[in-house]
Design a protein around this ligand. Structure first.
Ligand code: URP
Ligand code: ZN
Ligand code: ZN
Length: 470
């Protein structure tokens, strides 16, 4: 039996470098041609008319937490519900974070996460490894992880007693990473100082969720970025600062990259769109509790992050998707330190960054670069993922630039009984989504088969030669 041949006709194909009228030819799971409109010939099994639509690479969300065990509970989206929501929103690849349990091995952590995802994910997925117990045994496992496609390792300067590594451990891990071509993903906030501020706030009776934001100042994010950049420079190690929330932290990353260091900046839609000013009164603000926290709009953080996307200083927009239901958030009533950290965003990332195009803040090509191409390159998935070109996987979104819709818990597909974006009207929407040539969302209707997503053996960060100076 031959493979299925699909033609996507009459659309505007947008990649990180161009937007052109073109037809896309798919054979089986792969793109085999991007040709002048009307020149593809015939004999196709299926023709998708993309007139008036953008034809874009499927989104690559390089930062998610499905079923993450945290604070005695588990993030609310499973690989099934989370990847279904992602696909509906135009994301066809996630790189989720597997984690080491303190006292155990990286291999055991990876096996645990593989077991959760396998047979459940609707879209292709890879894993970073959260390293929470750095010692010689753990470091000796790094090459083995690389061998199975885990080429990125997350370290934390935050969450003392749970995830935090000290500077000696961080430097040692960076030295090993540098020696094997791995990239370090860094959660940069000064967790030790922040913990004192948190304890002091609670001792003063300041227990509402707003104090989560007030006790994690941007200066403590920027300080941690500065410190880990200095350590990475000594080690010669490539570094991604994940979930950058403030202009202060971005400025530190920009100084590093302008100095020629292989330092990359990731932000998230919540930091681009939401702010401290948006928080509801009282405990309801727990819905918005994440780390790093939302910042004040009046201080210019959102504007600085959008400008960073426009100028190429922000490399990637991922979600840090880590949803907790209202019932789960209730654990922190009376003590904000007990609120599970994280927001549900995976379904809306493509749309929320597209709003920067609608507003005229960023060009179309930057949209695709930060949601697909550069995350694919950093994650070692390019050009299999992240672009529309012959040889690439046929992960494609037919995006309606005028398909406006309202974000709401009543209509979203994430396993979450509220939305931090409730009532937001967005212009544009993913209509039809293909993953490896298969239609999994058909004009807004999800039609994917459970468990069809495959584990991705990732290569190393493709951007390294560009940023390393001898
Ligand atoms: O609040 C957040 N971001 N939770 C997810 C875990 C992390 O630190 O990325
Ligand atoms: Zn983090
Ligand atoms: Zn995260």
């Amino acid at each position: 039996m031959g493979t299925m041949r699909t033609l996507i006709s009459n659309g505007t194909v947008v990649t990180a470098s161009t937007a052109v009228e073109a037809d896309v030819i798919i054979d089986g799971e792969h793109i085999v041609g991007v040709v002048e409109p009307g020149t593809a010939g015939d004999g196709f099994d299926r023709v998708i008319d993309a007139t008036g639509r953008y034809v874009i690479p499927g989104g690559v969300d390089m930062h998610t937490h499905m079923e993450l065990p945290v604070s005695g509970t588990t993030s609310a989206d499973t690989y099934e519900t989370g990847t279904r929501a992602a696909a509906i929103g135009g994301t066809t690849t996630i790189v989720d974070y597997a984690g080491q349990t303190r006292g155990s091995t990286l291999a055991a952590g990876l096996a645990e996460w593989m077991g959760r995802a396998e047979g459940h994910s609707y879209i292709d997925y890879g894993f970073h490894m959260m390293v929470t117990d750095v010692h010689e045994g753990t470091l000796a496992e790094f090459p083995q992880m690389m061998g199975v496609g885990v080429t990125t390792f997350k370290l934390f300067t935050a969450y003392p007693g749970v995830n935090l590594s000290d500077d000696r451990q961080i430097l040692a891990a960076m030295q090993v990473a540098a020696s094997i071509g791995a990239t370090i993903m860094m959660h940069a906030e000064n967790g030790i100082a922040i913990d004192l501020l948190r304890d002091e706030a609670v001792a003063r009776g300041e227990t509402d969720p707003i104090h989560h934001l007030l006790t994690r100042p941007a200066s403590m994010e920027a300080e941690a970025v500065h410190r880990v950049v200095a350590l990475a420079e000594i080690a010669g190690c490539p570094l991604v600062i994940v979930h950058i929330s403030s202009q202060d932290a971005l400025a530190e990353a920009v100084v590093a990259r302008d100095g020629g260091l292989p330092v990359f900046a990731e932000t998230c839609p919540q930091y681009l769109w939401l702010a401290q000013e948006d928080l509801p009164e009282g405990f309801e603000a727990a819905k918005f509790v994440c780390s790093p926290p939302l910042r004040r709009r009046s201080e210019g953080h959102q504007a600085a992050l959008w400008s960073g996307i426009d100028t190429g200083r922000v490399d990637a927009v991922a979600t840090d998707h880590c949803p907790f239901t209202w019932e789960q958030k209730e654990a922190g009533r009376g003590d904000f330190r007990k609120i599970p950290n994280g927001l549900g965003v995976v379904e809306h990332r493509v749309d929320l960054v597209y709003q920067g195009v609608v507003e005229g803040w960023i060009p179309l090509t930057r949209w695709i670069d930060v949601i697909a191409e550069t995350p694919a390159k950093i994650s070692g998935l390019y050009p299999k993922k992240g672009t529309i070109a012959p040889g690439s996987d046929a992960d494609i979104v037919i995006y309606n630039p005028t398909g406006s819709h309202v974000l709401s818990a009543r209509t979203h597909h994430m396993n979450l009984d509220y939305s931090v974006f409730e009532g937001a009207e967005v212009g544009g929407s993913a209509e039809t989504v293909l993953s490896r040539g298969e239609v999994i969302v058909d004009r807004g209707v999800f039609v994917g088969e459970p468990g069809r997503g495959k584990y991705l053996v990732r290569g190393t960060n493709a951007l390294l030669p560009e940023r390393i100076v001898e």
